[in-house]
Design a protein around this ligand. Structure first.
Ligand code: PAF
Length: 281
């Protein structure tokens, strides 16, 4: 795997591949590092579906609305590189100065898609995500880009960005990868104490039970039921639990109002913010 620290190195490495084979297909996996099996699943899928795989490892400061969260975000670049050496062909590891030589000015607005859930709780977050992803897309010019369904709202917003900007890139969603006990894999899980990690599967258990209950509870009732489950667990503080239309991300009154329905939740445990989701229709 070739490691490129600058935009120029990255573009040269990609141009070299294109010189060897003009029709080379490129699969791209953007990450913020602290890689786990979820990321590796994205990369393996990219490898199966493309001639070469490019990934990026960049903790994007402008998508953090909370300085403490940015400072605590796990960083383990050497370990990351060792894990992906045989999967990816090119890994882009820019510095902040390289990505943002001057303060970024782009502004993205996807209306009601981003004013709910993560967008409502983390002002500016999705603008920061879109700025970095668009810049990375411009540099890599991938045929396909891979995003995990755990960040379901991010996936919806990136899809919308690609559609609105007419970018010739297929966005490929990849199912959530879970630990054996059901916890959705996330770089943030590394920050949980062993005690909190032992409690964390409660999130998946509650989502699974909620899915069963959806046969006899309306969406709003189900949201209240989830909130009550978390009230019984002192270690957790639920930020939101919404039953939404998976296409519009808006809350629904009846399951029949949407083709596809998903429960999305954000919860604090041990001072760590975790998100998860589950399709119920
Ligand atoms: O999902 C992530 O890890 C980040 O939001 C992304 C897409 C790499 C942009 O920084």
């Amino acid at each position: 795997m070739k490691i490129c620290k600058t935009k120029q190195e990255l573009q040269e490495a990609i141009a070299e591949r294109k010189n060897q084979n003009q029709s080379v297909s490129i699969g791209f996996v953007p990450t913020m590092g602290a890689l786990h099996e979820g990321h590796l699943t994205l990369m393996r899928q990219a490898k199966q579906e493309n001639d070469i795989v490019v990934c990026s490892i960049f903790v994007n400061p402008i998508q953090f609305n909370n300085k403490e969260d940015l400072a605590k975000y796990p960083r383990q670049i050497e370990q990351d590189i060792a894990q992906i050496d045989t999967i990816c062909d090119i890994c882009f590891t820019p510095t902040e100065q390289e990505m943002y030589p001057t303060a970024p000015q782009e502004s993205y607005n996807f209306g009601s898609l981003e004013t709910v859930m993560e967008g409502a709780m983390r002002p500016g977050h999705f603008n920061g995500v879109c700025i970095v992803v668009k810049r990375l897309f411009d540099l890599v010019q991938p045929d396909k880009a891979y995003f995990g369904e755990k960040d379901f709202q991010q996936l919806a917003i990136i899809r919308r960005m690609v559609q609105e900007l007419n970018l010739p890139i297929s966005i490929c969603p990849v199912k959530i990868v879970r630990a054996e006990d059901g916890l959705a894999l996330s770089s943030r899980n590394k920050r949980l104490s062993p005690q909190a990690r032992a409690l964390a599967p409660f999130i998946f258990q509650t989502l699974s039970q909620a899915k069963e209950k959806s046969t006899d509870m309306a969406p709003k009732q189900l949201e209240m039921w989830i909130a009550r489950q978390f009230e019984t667990q002192k270690a957790f503080s639920l930020e939101y639990a919404y039953v939404v239309d998976a296409n519009t991300l808006q809350c629904i009154d009846k399951y029949e109002d949407a083709q596809s329905v998903i429960i999305c939740i954000a919860v604090w445990l041990d001072n760590v913010r975790l998100i998860d989701n589950m399709f119920i229709k």
